[in-house]
Ligand binder design. Sequence first.
Ligand SMILES: Nc1nc2c(ncn2[C@@H]2O[C@H](COP(=O)(O)OP(=O)(O)OP(=O)(O)O)[C@@H](O)[C@H]2O)c(=O)[nH]1
Ligand SMILES: [Mg+2]
Length: 293
Amino acid sequence: MHKSGFVNIIGNPNVGKSTLMNALVGERLSIITSKAQTTRHRIMGIVSGDDFQIVYSDTPGILKPSYKLQESMMKFVTGALVDADVILYVTDTVETGERSAEVVERIAASGIPTIVVINKIDLTTPEALERLVERWHAALPAAQIIPASAKEQFNVEGLFRAILALLPEGPAFYPKDTLTDKTLRFFASEIVREKILRFYDKEIPYCCQIEIESYKEEPAIDRISAVIHVARDSQKGILIGRRGEMLKRVGRAAREDMEQFLGKKVFLQLFVKVSEDWRNDDRRLRQFGYETE
Ligand SMILES: Nc1nc2c(ncn2[C@@H]2O[C@H](COP(=O)(O)OP(=O)(O)OP(=O)(O)O)[C@@H](O)[C@H]2O)c(=O)[nH]1
Ligand SMILES: [Mg+2]
């Protein structure tokens, strides 16, 4: 018997969805930072064995959109609620329950087999965890509740077995050696964005979009040229920094990560461009790979 299915990872911002998918897939596919709204797309990570194929989807954290980019981010979440064979609803030991009520109701009504992953158990006590498990049992009686720590790799194997047990019978959707649906260009752009999330405060990370202008693969080196779009002129100066120091730092760190990810040398060029209010510009958003209406 061969099993296969879509296992979609959803939950509030910053609970560790991307860390969990990377742990389940065993690769650094999704970028991870301590800031909310790190993930902006639906990113697939595929795990195949002789008799199974699991297609995980990491998604952006659930939020109430206040600009068009966020509306599009939430489309990825809604889509993931519809086409899941198994839902992994990720919560953690820190967040409060109120924000999630609406989505939890939708999950309950969907009838889709669900696992509630209580992540970050390394940050809590057994007593507090027990109370959380009880609360989630009451909120989603049909779901399995699995405590884990994605960061410490605690119970990731147990979670994998629980997922496998819920997977329906079916053929593989992708060739067995496929790891993801995303391109090298996408990962290159995400690596740059991760550095921006790490090195800048406040609104800067949220007004940047990376566009890979050219990507040339040569035998010994990949030559990548990327444009960082910002929403306003004032943000450009902050991004570049005095004498270009800040941008150089981003470029250096991103190049090092890319070289590790690709296993070869990388030449990376970064440019900054003002694309006025791109986060509310349908044409721009489509150009950057977001769906709009
Ligand atoms: N202590 C602890 N921290 C964790 C764990 N899992 C993730 N984190 C941290 O939580 C933060 C957010 O992790 P992400 O994986 O980016 O969270 P996310 O849910 O994908 O966030 P968004 O994409 O912004 O919605 C990072 O600083 C992680 O290192 C865990 O098991 N324990
Ligand atoms: Mg994420």
